[in-house]
Design a protein around this ligand. Structure first.
Ligand code: ZN
Length: 455
């Protein structure tokens, strides 16, 4: 008789954030992904809830990729007693070195702000973890090559498979006593500009698949043309194009597009500034690991040649005094914080300028308000009139839509007897469940927060 093998869904249920799956087998326990809940307050509150397991009793942690909603709870897990290995791909380890300390810094800033405004129920407000905690947890990371399975305590094997999305992103298949369960992680595009398409999944008895775009398709636009038109129109007016961009992935993709447009002489020669310390470091990692994406060393060199890196705060402030046409790429991607806010304050009120958002804008963010036509925007407690052109180019998403994901699954060797749909808002997850049942004939369900199933 085989011993029990269970999976518990501790995040990414009814939301795209907080990914965490607990695997229990024999006397052993493994956590797959360790993400932070983000977005609206009721969801974020779960970051402070007691975990349904003892972190010190875990045998291992596995990570699909570096995004904070998959890795950002790790320093908190360490603070609660987890001191063993965190297995992931090389790209994930490199990016976590940049993303986790930044997340710790933001937690500290939020706590400071809450104390200043005295709106926290806890006096004084404490950060979930600090930048220093985040640096400490990096020592537990163990990079794994895609070809090499990891042998975990108690006879469990883990294998990593590349799925596009961002550098290092992986699906993970776990095998225990002949039973196989595969977690898709976040799945990339079938025809991404910089990342390879996801590799077909291996044979599996169970599948956990994401559904961010379970009910939506990406619009079919020529992103090069859209960007060239905005830049040319803005430059002709003597204006500046500001692009709020996510530091990992989107910033590198837009630099690549700009480099191609420049080479094809479809945009005039003008300075291109990358103003975000995190995006600069993510770009360096992207250049270093060039065998893990579509761009060659020469492509990366040309991107590097056209970019002016803005490193210090002084240089960033100085940039706001420039009056001639330029492109400024800065984080955060939804204008919820970071250096982009200072540029937005300076540029948004002048009709010669343009602001180009580059992807999904979560409800309640400035990016969401601006792309929906807000005529004023509040930044640092002050209102600014919106007179610049504002656009959103959603087609640059790093997630496959449901047609891309169903196609990918159809061409895999997966054939699971049960699929679990996670990592989507309720409507998106349910739409994905129906499509998988109708088009692939696989049994699918949408698990609830903290639900546990026996495999
Ligand atoms: Zn992701």
């Amino acid at each position: 008789m085989s011993s029990s093998f269970r999976v518990q869904f501790i995040g990414a249920t009814g939301t795209v954030t907080g990914s965490k799956y607990l695997l229990s087998y024999g006397r052993h326990r493994v956590l797959l992904d360790c993400g932070l809940f983000q977005g609206i307050k009721n969801v974020r509150r779960r970051n402070w809830a007691e975990l349904p397991f003892q972190p010190s009793e875990l045998d291992a942690v596995l990570l699909t990729h570096a995004h904070i909603d998959h890795s950002g709870y790790l320093p908190a897990l360490m603070k609660q007693g987890y001191h063993k290995e965190i297995y992931c791909s090389e790209g994930t380890k490199a990016l976590c070195k940049v993303l986790l300390p930044d997340a710790g810094y933001l937690q500290e800033e939020d706590a400071k702000y809450a104390n200043k405004k005295k709106f926290s129920r806890h006096q004084p407000a404490e950060p979930l973890y600090t930048e220093e905690d985040a640096r400490k947890v990096l020592r537990q990371f163990k990079a794994q090559s895609f070809a090499e399975p990891v042998q975990l305590p108690g006879g469990m094997t883990a294998e990593f498979f590349p799925v596009g999305h961002i550098l290092g992103a992986s699906a993970i298949r776990l095998t225990y006593e002949g039973k196989r369960i595969t977690f898709s992680g976040d799945v990339g595009r079938s025809d991404d500009l910089i990342m390879y398409p996801p590799k077909p999944l291996p044979a599996s008895d169970y599948l956990v698949v994401e559904s961010t775009y379970g009910d939506r398709r990406h619009e079919d636009v020529d992103e090069h043309q859209v960007i060239a038109d905005i830049i040319n129109r803005t430059a002709a007016r003597g204006g500046i194009v500001l692009m709020p961009a996510f530091a990992v992935g989107r910033a590198q993709m837009v630099l690549h597009i700009l480099e191609q447009l420049r080479q094809q002489q479809r945009i005039p020669t003008m300075p291109i500034y990358l103003n975000s310390p995190m995006a600069i470091r993510a770009t360096e990692i992207f250049f270093d690991l060039h065998e893990q994406h579509k761009l060659s060393r020469e492509d990366c060199q040309r991107m590097d040649d056209i970019t002016t890196y803005v490193k210090t705060v002084e240089e960033s402030i100085e940039l706001n005094n420039r009056k001639y046409p330029a492109v400024i790429i800065s984080a955060s991607g939804m204008a919820s914080g970071g250096r982009v806010l200072h540029h937005l304050k300076t540029l948004i009120g002048d009709p010669r300028n343009s602001v180009l958002f580059l992807g999904y804008q979560a409800a309640g963010t400035r990016g969401d308000a601006l792309t929906h036509g807000a005529d004023h925007v509040k930044i640092h407690g002050q209102y600014f009139p919106v007179r610049a052109e504002v656009h959103n180019l959603q087609a640059l998403s790093s997630h496959g839509d449901y047609v891309e994901i169903i196609d990918w699954l159809r061409h895999s060797s997966c054939q699971p007897k049960q699929v679990f749909i996670t990592h989507g808002e309720d409507c998106a997850a349910d739409a994905m469940r129906l499509k998988i049942e109708d088009e692939l004939g696989w049994r699918a369900q949408v698990p609830e927060y903290l639900q546990s199933v026996e495999l």
